[in-house]
Write a protein that binds this ligand. Structure first.
Ligand code: NAD
Length: 488
């Protein structure tokens, strides 16, 4: 059985304790993982702090940091297939998706490599004579990055990339559900030539590892992706140290289709928007809001495609929907469907776990037009379950779309340009996709508000968010300071 190791201060070790990782396609143990506990976490934070102040990192030019990130990007690209296979094995996410995603992860590192020496300060036209005042942008310090199990290589790239570009150092806690890809990533990172301790990769459980890390007094910033319930712990933990936080949380994103939409495109985008990654995607378009005029036709086409989806082994290139990552995810989906049906939601397709080994669950569609308060419209499934609502007017569509405590993503399908603009303006979400869905890029900020969190990943602002501003005052007069009791 494969034994993975944690990465602290540039060295690999098996950790204080170990735990088993299960293969979601079989439910069987396939690897042993190092379980970081308090002593390992403290060691990792210490290594990151030492590296932060050590001259070989602290005095490195931004251009040189960029070169190292570029080397890392090349290494990720060279090892993409191996990393994708590991992510598929440990998470059950289909190989089609992990290979495409990891190839793109290299571009995220390239983007932040290019940004490293473009993080600039400013000179201020200050309102006092004989004074030069400028702003320096300095790195925040040690960053605790905590990621969920889905898309970890991607979700960590949007933290590690901008944090290292800005000159921070990082302790990354991989998800205990599927840490293999991140522990392997540490081996690749090690070859890029960064000084030891600049990145440390550990894994462990929420209470004994994540909590200790995010409450650590030497941590300056916590970059978190995960669920809203965990985020509340993170914010409480960070309050110990008054560390800043960025929170990328879940969603219940509306997918709105007007009667004038290109139906073939809208059906395909909705299928991938909810069933890709077996629905385990924060931006899943999990609430279809469909115009009544086309509801029957749209649902018929959707049902046909949902039932034709190829369900199978995640490492098979033909598979379109693989297993859920854990048995807990599957039980959650089943109980949420049961309570929603009790509340009046009508099952159009799917809804029962598939027999046999592994955590398989079929594409499921629930018509909630007679159950506007159904639990499935409020809670995140993180599974392949679509809830449907319908409308007669644009106002009604908008009201339904915004009737959520989340605010991550949204999709609008219409050929009407003026209507598209009105929707863009009024939708309460961090991302609006018009006539497309689930598109991402290193260049575009990503994030939400409300229960979907705060802060943005991707784009220039994300790198600036890993810096703090220092105001520098330099008096240019050689005359003695006059009245020392007056503030100038
Ligand atoms: P989770 O919140 O259960 O766990 C996320 C991470 O937090 C894990 O590494 C876990 O060990 C750690 N953790 C748990 N308790 C902790 C504590 N008390 N202190 C510190 N760390 C703790 O999330 P999950 O089930 O692994 O992932 C699914 C969730 O992630 C969904 O809600 C999904 O929407 C969200 N997500 C959001 C985005 C985004 O970018 N907005 C992307 C992917 C996933």
């Amino acid at each position: 059985m494969q034994q993975f190791q944690q990465y602290i201060g540039g060295r690999f070790d098996a950790g204080t304790a170990q735990f088993d990782s299960l293969d979601p396609a079989t439910g069987q143990v396939w690897a042993r993982m190092p379980e970081a506990r308090e002593a390992d976490v403290t060691r990792a934070v210490q290594a990151a702090e030492d590296a932060f102040f050590a001259p070989d990192w602290a005095d490195m030019t931004a251009t040189q940091r960029g070169k190292l990130l570029m080397r890392l990007a090349d290494l990720v690209a060279e090892n993409a297939q191996r990393l994708a296979a590991l992510e598929t094995r440990d998470t059950g996410k289909i190989i089609r998706e992990t290979s495409a995603q990891i190839a793109y992860v290299a571009d995220y590192y390239r983007y932040y490599a290019g940004l490293a020496d473009k993080i600039e300060g400013a000179h201020l036209p200050i309102d006092k004579p004989d004074m030069e005042v400028w702003l320096r942008r300095e790195p925040l310090g040690v960053v605790a990055a905590v990621v969920p199990w889905n898309s970890q290589l991607f979700l960590s790239a949007v933290k590690i990339g901008p944090a290292l570009a800005a000159g921070c150092t990082v302790v990354l806690k991989a998800s205990e559900e599927a840490p293999a890809p991140m522990l392997e990533f540490a081996r690749i990172f090690d070859q890029a030539g960064f000084p030891p301790g600049v990145l440390n990769v550990i894994t462990g459980f929420g209470a004994s590892c994540g909590s200790v890390l995010t409450a650590h007094p030497r941590v300056a910033h916590v970059a978190f992706t995960g669920g809203p319930a965990t985020a509340r712990h993170i914010v409480r933990n960070s309050a110990e140290n008054l560390a800043s936080t960025s929170l990328e949380l879940g969603g219940k994103s509306p997918f709105i289709v007007f009667e004038d939409a290109d139906l073939e495109s809208a059906v395909n985008a909705q299928i991938s928007g909810i069933f890709a990654a077996t629905g385990q995607s924060c931006v899943a378009g999990s609430r279809l809001i469909i115009a009544n005029k086309i509801k029957d036709e749209f649902l018929a086409r959707l049902k046909e495609k949902a039932e034709a989806v190829v369900i199978g082994a995640p490492d098979d290139m033909a598979t379109e929907v693989g297993p859920l990552c854990t048995e807990a995810q599957r039980s959650h989906a089943l109980s949420l469907i049961a309570s929603s049906v009790e509340q009046g939601a009508k099952l159009i397709t799917g809804g029962t776990a598939l027999p046999g080994e592994g955590y398989y669950f079929p594409p499921t569609i629930l018509d909630c037009t007679a159950a506007p308060e159904a639990a499935c419209l409020r809670q995140e499934f993180f599974g392949p379950v679509l809830s449907v609502l319908s409308f007669d007017s644009e106002e009604e569509a908008l009201a339904l779309a915004n009737d959520t405590a989340f605010g991550l993503a949204s999709g609008v399908f219409t050929q009407n340009l003026t209507r598209a603009h009105r929707m863009i303006r009024r939708l309460r979400a961090g991302i609006v996709w018009v006539n497309t869905y689930r598109a991402v890029s290193p260049i575009a900020p990503f994030g939400g508000h409300g229960l979907s969190g705060h802060g943005r990943e991707g784009g220039l602002q994300a790198a600036l968010d890993y810096t703090k501003v220092k105001a520098v005052w330099l008096r240019t007069s050689d005359d003695p300071i006059p009245d020392p009791f007056v503030m100038r």
